[in-house]
Write a protein that binds this ligand. Structure first.
Ligand SMILES: Cc1cc2nc3c(=O)[nH]c(=O)nc-3n(C[C@H](O)[C@H](O)[C@H](O)COP(=O)(O)O)c2cc1C
Length: 340
């Protein structure tokens, strides 16, 4: 049984990749994921703010240094070549590469196209096999247009693309008005893969204490439907590999991702909830399911349920929508509610 897949030029032994999360905070965590069968791992993100903060601290340190010990500056290395990045992140990648055999995908998270993007090079030099870019941006300005938001993504991607030679994946959010067009713009700007979709953490309101309550809830399986639909629509229409993140919890979910057209299915919530050992169980279930149905490979099923052959996906989507609404039966308990 052949579980291999390819993802932005990398050959992976199977399609399960732990997505960016605390699983990659330590080499031990990364090693545990590899031992459980993970085909690659996306590192937790290095944030623009972390980088800028270090620069500010260094600037402060330098000016203090200059004033207090001007003569000692002779001992200071050439600043142009001085590595002021969050070294522990790069060091972790370096050590993870030594300790494991799976591809390590670095992750950068930021929203401007200046300065910090050059740290992509440090990630590459540390040995990362690829880089995932997460532009976690909430456009709150009433003056900012949708086009400008898209341009912000493209500018950052262009900067990063010019900085590194390793493959670059772009983690997208589900709120673009023309997702397929935007996805192709990302591909044209050099994205080797698109990761659908970034999961936005939605704060709650405490009406007694009158404050905003930030909360991080793990995903539910039904959240898979959104990326599944868009991967099925984009498959064959977008010139980049597609990955699904959000709502992958078991082997059937992985199969759905593959049939929709994804090259890999990424997981965080389920692994945090039940431990990375879950990967092994999912792989076993996957093999059993494929064996029983006489599938020979993962690649054989990739895209088999995509919308590639629908001449007008927009008409197809409206037809499904009408069908779903008209399938509602007048049953208060919802017992008879079914599709088809
Ligand atoms: C605790 C936690 C930390 C995360 N940290 C990051 C991060 O640093 N960078 C990032 O791009 N995504 C991060 N994510 C998002 C995940 O990579 C993933 O896209 C999201 O949780 C949806 O997948 P899931 O349904 O499998 O959880 C984090 C998720 C969780 C639960």
């Amino acid at each position: 049984m052949d579980l291999t897949t390819t993802y932005m030029g990398l050959t992976l032994k199977n399609p399960i990749v732990p997505s960016s999360s605390p699983i990659s905070h330590t080499v031990e965590g990364i090693k545990r994921a590899e031992d459980a069968g993970a085909a690659a791992i996306v590192m937790y993100s290095l944030f623009e703010e972390q980088i800028t903060m270090e620069e500010i601290q260094l600037d402060h340190g330098l000016s203090y240094f200059t004033e207090a010990f001007a003569e000692a500056l002779d001992f200071f290395p050439d600043m142009g070549a001085y590595n002021i990045g969050p070294d522990s992140y790069f060091e972790l990648i370096r050590r993870a590469k030594e300790a494991t055999d799976i591809p390590i995908i670095g992750s950068l998270n930021g929203i401007t196209d200046s300065g910090w993007t050059t740290y992509a090079r440090n990630i590459e030099q540390a040995g990362a096999d690829a880089l995932e870019l997460n532009v976690y941006y909430i456009p709150t300005s009433p003056q900012m247009t949708g086009r400008e938001v898209e341009q912000l993504y493209l500018d950052i991607l262009t900067e990063i693309r010019a900085t590194v030679a390793i493959p670059v994946a772009m983690k997208l959010n589900p709120f673009f008005s023309a997702p397929v067009y935007t996805a192709n713009q990302m591909a044209e700007a050099g994205a080797d893969a698109l990761v659908l979709f970034n999961r936005f953490y939605q704060p709650d309101l405490d009406v007694e204490e009158l404050h905003v309550v930030p909360q991080l809830t793990l995903s539910h399986p039904y959240e898979l439907h959104l990326p599944l639909r868009w991967v099925a629509i984009m498959y064959g229409r977008v010139q980049a590999d597609l990955a699904i993140t959000t709502g992958v919890h078991n082997a059937i979910d992985v199969l759905k991702c593959m049939m929709a057209g994804a090259k890999v299915s990424m997981m965080a919530s389920e692994l945090l909830r039940s431990g990375v050992g879950t990967i092994r169980r999912i792989l076993d279930d996957l093999l059993l399911w494929m064996e029983e149905r006489e599938y020979e490979s993962i690649q054989q099923m990739q895209g088999s349920l995509s919308q590639q052959h629908a001449a007008n996906p927009d008409k197809f989507e409206r037809a499904i929508y009408r069908k779903v609404l008209s399938s509602w039966s007048d049953d208060p308990a919802g017992q008879n509610f079914q599709f088809g």
